[in-house]
Design a protein around this ligand. Structure first.
Ligand SMILES: Cc1cc2nc3c(=O)[nH]c(=O)nc-3n(C[C@H](O)[C@H](O)[C@H](O)COP(=O)(O)OP(=O)(O)OC[C@H]3O[C@@H](n4cnc5c(N)ncnc54)[C@H](O)[C@@H]3O)c2cc1C
Length: 537
């Protein structure tokens, strides 16, 4: 698909969680990409582990749910609790979740799962390569230029050899928190800046006795002296402890934890947080990182798009950061694919920043509020965005852009347990039967535009075909009660189509437009909505 003189249609700089996900989603839409990663392979540190329902939905749409769940099962007993304690063996303070899928089972055909970047990235790498991506490790991008036709990057092999130039039509900067590309473009960061020089201590210790029969996925430690969180390996013989702050006996608080990463200090932290001063503890590795809450003022500069931590970085409280990045990639990939082969207008690419920018900012604020309330109230509770329920942050956000028509009200998020099907929200999940096979409505989406029509909405079928033909895209049409058997009657209600209306759903599973009743001229109504959704108004 690359044209003469191009190495690939899309260059992805950064081949970690978000870069690899971008390559998978592009490949799913038939776009091969070239991924350049400075490291020599996939992640060697666990970092993200809570993979939320919306992210699993995106992997389900590209056929990866099973493989991701298998990787998850190798690493963790799934569906554990999230608690805060004074120490693992000591007093329990609060249960944020008794089990992480509590109360969200009806939202999606997918669960929240736990799998680290060590477990997940190899799955993504294999899928990306199967789908046509080329992933080059030990390859550092040292400069990026753009012109009217494309981008040119200079790549330096880390293991010797000479620099070379690569050329692509578009570039996705999935190059992490310090994003050299964002810096070079002069895109400012907004938000709360950095508030802790934190460390992650990877250790080996037998914690079975301290854990008892609890299944704890994340353990926040809010001890008298130490604040941070634990995650443990499936055999309870290893884990990591993040230390964000300490408080001395005289009440003096320190967030400069990274200044002392000596083995004896780290062993002391681990023993204290475990609540056993004598437990044998072996330190394997210590990583220093900055807890911060920041988001880029814009996510696009011409042909370059920021995604993942380069677009927004947030503290791990809530487990939102990596998920938000994967969902950036999911929004961007279909748009690039449709623009690259001419199905969509260039204007569609402007909607990436308009849609994902506010979601990144909102999600970052939610992670920051949780950090302040759970780990460091001394940062100040004034001007905090009030807590919004996790499920709404993960899956209930809304897109408002020129690619969404008829979003009449101002709501920016909703509780996905009671989805409204309004334009701009993720299309709701309902269990239906298609061709005698039980499926989720979400399984209808992922590649083409879809018209889901009410039971009396046969007129939408020819309207959809006419719009599809005139705009040169494929539109799949399903009529509730005919193509989609809906024994519970929930589809019509959830999508708000009434008996004679219809919803237009984008390839990323977001509602682009809907009619809640029959329209006098369905063909032109649908053509207008589809044209807008394709940036070809
Ligand atoms: C302790 C901890 C726990 C966390 N837990 C969760 C969680 O449970 N759930 C969650 O969603 N998130 C979590 N996060 C956040 C999550 O880890 C990040 O949001 C995620 O890793 C971001 O992925 P990314 O691909 O955008 O960036 P990164 O993972 O930082 O990857 C960027 C990549 O770009 C490469 N790169 C940079 N510059 C260049 C260059 N010039 N050329 C080539 N390559 C380059 C880097 O080598 C790197 O591999 C956690 C973070 C921490 C620190």
């Amino acid at each position: 698909m690359a044209t003469a003189g191009e190495d690939a249609p899309v260059l992805v700089v950064g081949g970690s969680l978000v870069g690899l996900s971008t390559a998978v989603f592009l490949g799913h839409h038939g776009v091969p990409s070239l991924v350049l990663e400075r490291h020599r392979g996939t992640a060697i540190h666990p970092r993200a582990a809570l993979v939320n329902q919306r992210t699993v939905e995106t992997y389900r749409a590209v056929g990866l749910q099973e493989e991701v769940e298998e990787a998850a099962a190798r690493e963790f007993v799934q569906n554990g609790a999230i608690v805060s304690v004074e120490s693992l063996g000591g007093k329990e303070l609060d249960w944020y979740f008794r089990f992480i899928n509590e109360g969200v089972e009806t939202i999606s055909p997918t669960p929240r799962i736990f799998v680290t970047q060590i477990g997940l990235e190899p799955v993504l790498l294999r899928a990306a390569e199967r789908l046509g991506a080329h992933v080059h490790y030990a390859s550092e991008t040292v400069s990026v230029e753009q012109d009217g036709d494309g981008v040119t990057a200079v790549v330096r092999p880390r293991d010797g050899g000479s620099e070379r130039t690569v050329r692509a039509r578009y570039l996705v900067a999935a190059d992490g928190t310090h994003s050299p590309i964002r810096e070079r473009l002069g895109i400012r960061q907004l938000g709360h800046g950095s508030f802790s020089d934190s460390i992650t201590i990877y250790f080996r210790a037998d914690v079975r006795r301290l854990m008892g029969d609890r299944n704890l996925s994340v353990v926040y430690v809010f001890g008298p002296r130490l604040q941070g969180f634990f995650r443990f390996s499936i055999d309870l013989q290893a884990g990591f402890l993040v230390v964000n702050s300490t408080t001395d006996a005289d009440g003096t608080r320190s967030v400069r934890i990274g200044e002392d990463m000596s083995e004896s200090t780290c062993v002391g932290y681990v023993r204290e947080a475990l609540g056993d001063p004598d437990l044998p503890v072996e330190i394997e590795n210590v990583q220093r990182w900055s807890a911060s809450a920041e988001y880029a003022e814009r996510l696009r500069e011409g042909r370059v798009f920021l995604a993942g931590d380069s677009a927004h970085v947030m503290p791990p409280t809530g487990g939102f950061g990596g998920n938000c990045g994967v969902q950036d990639a999911y929004d961007l990939a279909w748009k690039l694919a449709y623009v690259l082969d001419g199905r969509a207008g260039e204007e569609l690419l402007a909607t990436y920043d308009v849609e994902r920018g506010p979601v990144g900012a909102f999600t970052t604020e939610q992670a920051y509020t949780r950090y302040v309330l759970r780990l460091d109230p001394s940062l100040g509770k004034e001007n905090l965005m009030p807590i919004v329920d996790e499920a709404a942050v993960e899956i209930g956000y809304r897109y408002r852009s020129s690619a969404v028509t008829g979003a009449a009200d101002d709501a920016m998020w909703e509780d996905p347990r009671e989805p409204s099907g309004r334009p701009g929200f993720r299309a709701p999940h309902a269990t239906v039967s298609v061709g005698g096979v039980e499926r989720s409505t979400l399984d209808l989406f992922g590649r083409n535009f879809v018209v889901l029509a009410g039971p009396d909405g046969e007129a939408w079928r020819s309207a959809a075909q006419a719009a599809a033909t005139s705009l040169g895209v494929v539109v799949d049409t399903y009529r509730i009660g005919a193509d989609v058997a809906d024994s519970t009657g929930s589809c019509e209600r959830l999508y708000g189509t009434g008996t004679g209306g219809a919803a237009l759903v984008r390839p990323d599973g977001f509602v682009a437009w809907r009619a809640s009743t029959a329209e006098p001229d369905p063909a032109s109504a649908l053509a207008d909505a589809l044209g807008a959704a394709l940036g070809r108004r």
